[in-house]
Design a protein around this ligand. Structure first.
Ligand code: TXA
Ligand code: MG
Length: 351
């Protein structure tokens, strides 16, 4: 793809960014989760350019960002009481709702699905951009496809300078991992992608049980804390016929650093020992090793730092990343583990 001139804008130049969106261009902008790469969601040609800039498979649908909760009516024909409750409790914020789509939403935006993912981000810059552009904005994370999601302006510049019309240089993202994706288009609300809004938060708001998409347990026993072999269902893997994720994005390998990466899982003290042992062993053989080990149960901090650490270690050109697993079966730690395991290509050492 030929390179183009990319304007680096400050948050005082949002009007310029809005103009670019209105005229079918691409703008990367901060949200509270990660940076997004935005285009007018109702303009199929503009959305096609997002896939091209990211190098993203075109069956992977995009999240549509709105600037006022009431704008969801432009995108979906039907709002259930649960959807309204979720909007009242969690918007603006890191919760994407997958709802039935109206015909006017282009196939390009939804990857041809009859549903659309919608969220109202909790970031003044993002909201101002959407409201000034006066259209819903389709925005996947603003990284090259397959790379770690960008949580800082410099990460976006590294990936997309020369490929998009503008990048708004805003603050580092508060959350650090992408929004929770909740499918509310069917009978049972189902989490398709975990985030910092957890099943417990959602269940408390709507007063009913939330399901987890089986694809979230790919290569994993349902209960990571169970004894080896005691789990009721064997883990699925990518090649299983049973593995048919509702969220097309789940199929693709993701978030990969340049370095080789291994996750070490088990009792905390043993994990620390194993990391030290593997580090020493690899360094002795001339490899540069990076370690990612978060404080025990500091899940929010882990979410905030994880992608930034991967990118920093790549900049330091380490050969191998050793990451300590977080023990959490369905909360924020689980959401971080979802990213960590994908980054490592499910390369797991159990101790
Ligand atoms: O926090 C976020 O959600 C960020 C910021 C920029 O808002 N965006 C983001 O977008 O993470 P993206 O495109 O990288 O991830 C969207 C995920 C994908 O896994 C996709 O498959 C799923 O949401 N998704 C989107 N629309 C869907 C739909 N209609 N049905 C099922 N899954 C959907
Ligand atoms: Mg992404």
């Amino acid at each position: 793809m030929k390179t183009m001139e990319t304007k680096i804008l400050t948050e005082k130049q949002i009007d310029q960014a809005a103009e670019i969106i209105k005229t079918g261009g691409l703008v990367a902008f901060p949200t509270e989760t990660v940076y997004g790469l935005g285009a007018d969601a109702l303009n199929a040609e503009a959305v096609a350019k997002v896939y091209e800039a990211k190098g993203r498979p075109s069956d992977n649908p995009m999240i549509v960002h709105i600037g006022r909760a009431s704008d969801i009516g432009q995108l979906t024909p039907r709002l259930s009481p649960d959807i309204v409750t979720l909007i009242e409790n969690f918007w603006p914020g890191p919760l994407t709702l997958v709802v039935k789509r109206k015909k006017g939403v282009p196939d390009r935006t939804t990857g041809g699905l009859d549903t659309v993912g919608v969220r109202m981000p909790d970031s003044p810059i993002a909201l101002e951009l959407i409201n000034r552009a006066d259209c819903p904005i389709a925005a996947p994370s603003a990284n090259l496809s397959g790379k770690p999601s960008p949580t800082r302006a410099e990460d976006v510049i590294e990936d997309l300078k020369g490929k998009v019309d503008a990048i708004i240089k805003g603050p580092d993202c508060r959350v650090g991992i992408e929004s929770t994706v909740l499918d509310v288009s069917g009978e049972v609300p189902t989490i398709l992608r975990p985030g910092i809004i957890t099943p417990q938060h959602i269940e408390a708001a709507i007063g009913k049980k939330v399901e987890m998409d089986p694809a979230l347990y790919i290569n994993r026993p349902r209960d990571v804390n169970a004894q080896e072999g005691s789990s009721d269902k064997p883990p699925l893997d990518f090649d299983d016929e049973e593995f048919q994720p509702k969220s097309p994005g789940m199929k693709y390998r993701h978030y990969a650093p340049k370095a080789d990466m291994t996750v070490i899982e088990g009792n905390r003290d043993k994990v620390k020992e194993e990391i030290e042992r593997l580090k020493a062993l690899n360094e002795r053989l001339g490899n540069k090793v990076g370690v990612i080990l978060f404080e025990e149960r500091a899940f929010i901090e882990a979410a905030h730092d994880f992608f930034a650490k991967l990118r920093d270690l790549d900049r330091q050109e380490v050969d191998l990343i050793l990451a300590g697993a977080l023990s959490d079966t369905d909360g924020v730690g689980f959401a971080v583990m979802n990213r960590m395991l994908k980054s490592a290509g499910y390369n797991i050492v159990r101790v």
